[in-house]
Design a protein around this ligand. Structure first.
Ligand SMILES: *Cc1c(COP(=O)(O)O)cnc(C)c1O
Length: 450
């Protein structure tokens, strides 16, 4: 075991060391070699050394450098050194993070992570938290708490009775709500299409004057950080409008919520602490390994009532925080350990500084591309940039060529029926030099293609 793990650490360190130098997109040969993973089900086992060597020989060169400093696709964080190392150590512990009684250290680290994140994000300190796989499940979890609370106020126990025959609940989204929220609504029995969608402005932000509220039980799904524009709904204003009504305000802040870590940028999101629940990712802007997201619910009891189960062999309710009382999962890995490690390593100001740096770098991309005459589709308010090189066909050709060239990786998107390239700056390693190098490559490739 000793030698295997040390050798694996050397392989992993070598992989990470090559990331800044190697093309972000693997070579054709490396990609073709994926076929060399044997297809036949092994009848007899192999040595662990053989297994890991095969992974490294075929898998490492064939992996896109998602973890590296010049991958700007989707909204993709890397993993800080402490969070990656903590992930390994926690895997060695192999703790089942469901119950405090058998994982006391992990439960403590999750509880500290809960408190620290609420502090960093400026959310009510008594909020409940669920450490889940990502923002999709965080949305699902928070909306399950919303469903519980909204219907409990109508004297309906949804966990026991289900939704058949339950009082109606209006669900309000926006035209720009993330697809994962619709999936969550479907899973929860609200229906993906049984929603009212509020129109949005040129940044994809909910238009407050188009939001129509009634006295009926209502769940409003707001968003902080649009995946294309970085735009945010006026959450504070919406919270004021619904004060005192039977409405629940949920915020999908998968990456945008982290703006709150910066004093300079967080002011844009004033008032979001008055919402009822928030979903975020840790594997995006906090830069911990996949998979890691968190749901926060102001009324911790509502979250617990939506999620807790009892069984003869499970510990009785007591004063301790049993992590599984708050999550859809029972048995699961100890995600809170990596979050604790990343926050310990970066500190509150370090996280704020990283967020500010990424937003500055996004603006630098936009300025450089605009100077060269390309269209920046909307003002850069966060870490996302939308640039168009011309027609849909021209955009496609330029983006493919940029990915092929390999200095950096940016993806294609559509914004208000216009095809564009999206640049998302989210990796803790991305330096200003990486941005200059990438910008130069994008301009060079675009000029050559066009
Ligand atoms: C990324 C994202 C999600 C989904 O998050 P996963 O971690 O992929 O589950 C949801 N909402 C927004 C706004 C996002 O950016």
């Amino acid at each position: 075991m000793n030698k295997l793990l040390s050798d694996t650490a050397i392989r992993a360190a070598r992989y990470l060391a090559t990331l800044p130098e190697r093309p972000v997109t693997p070579s054709r040969e490396a990609l073709a070699a994926i076929a060399d993973f044997p297809e036949a089900l092994p009848n007899d086992g192999a040595s662990p050394e053989t297994v890991v060597a095969l992974l490294d020989q075929i898998g490492s060169p064939a992996s896109i450098a998602n973890a590296g400093p010049r991958f700007f696709g989707f909204v993709t964080g890397g993993a800080t050194p402490a969070s990656l190392a903590a992930n390994w150590l926690a895997s060695a512990w192999d703790q089942n993070a469901a119950m405090e009684a058998v994982t006391p250290a992990v439960a403590r680290l999750e509880e500290l992570s809960r408190r620290w994140l609420l502090d960093i994000l400026g959310l009510p300190p008594a909020s409940g938290a669920a450490f889940v796989t990502g923002a999709t499940v965080a949305n699902f979890t928070a909306l399950a708490a919303a469903r519980h609370a909204i219907l409990a106020r109508e004297n309906w126990n949804v966990e026991a009775a289900g939704l058949f025959g339950a009082p109606d609940v209006n669900v309000i989204v926006s035209k720009e709500t993330h697809p994962s929220v619709f999936k969550s609504l479907g899973l929860l029995g609200f229906g993906r299409d049984r929603v009212t969608a509020v129109p949005t402005d040129s940044l994809g932000q909910m238009q407050l004057d188009k939001l129509v509220l009634t006295d009926a039980p209502t769940i409003i799904c707001a968003q902080v950080g649009n995946v294309n524009t970085g735009g945010s709904d006026p959450v504070g204003e919406i919270a004021k409008r619904i004060a005192g009504s039977n409405a629940w305000l949920h915020v999908d802040g998968a990456f945008g919520l982290w703006l709150r870590a910066s004093e300079r940028l967080g002011a844009n999101l004033n008032g979001i602490e008055h919402a009822d629940s928030w979903a975020t990712d840790a594997h995006k802007w906090l830069n911990v390994p996949y998979d890691s997201g968190v749901a926060f619910v102001k009324d911790a009891q509502a979250l617990k009532q939506a999620m807790a189960i009892s069984a003869a062999y499970l510990p009785l309710e007591g004063s301790v925080r049993n992590p599984s009382d708050f999550t859809p999962e029972l048995s699961r890995r100890a995600r809170g350990v990596e979050i604790w490690a990343a926050v310990s390593e970066l500190g509150k100001t370090g996280i704020g500084a990283m967020v500010e740096r990424h937003c500055d770098q996004a603006r630098r991309f936009a300025d450089g591309l605009a100077e060269a005459g390309y269209d920046i589709l909307c003002p850069v308010t966060m870490n996302q940039v939308l640039v168009s090189f011309g027609s849909t066909a021209e955009n496609r050709r330029v983006i493919e060529a940029i990915q092929e060239e390999g200095t950096c990786w940016c993806g294609i998107t559509k914004w208000q029926s216009q095809t564009a390239m999206r640049i998302s700056v989210c990796n803790h390693m991305t330096s200003d030099d990486d941005v200059e190098l990438s910008l130069a490559a994008i301009l060079r490739v675009a000029a050559a293609v066009l």
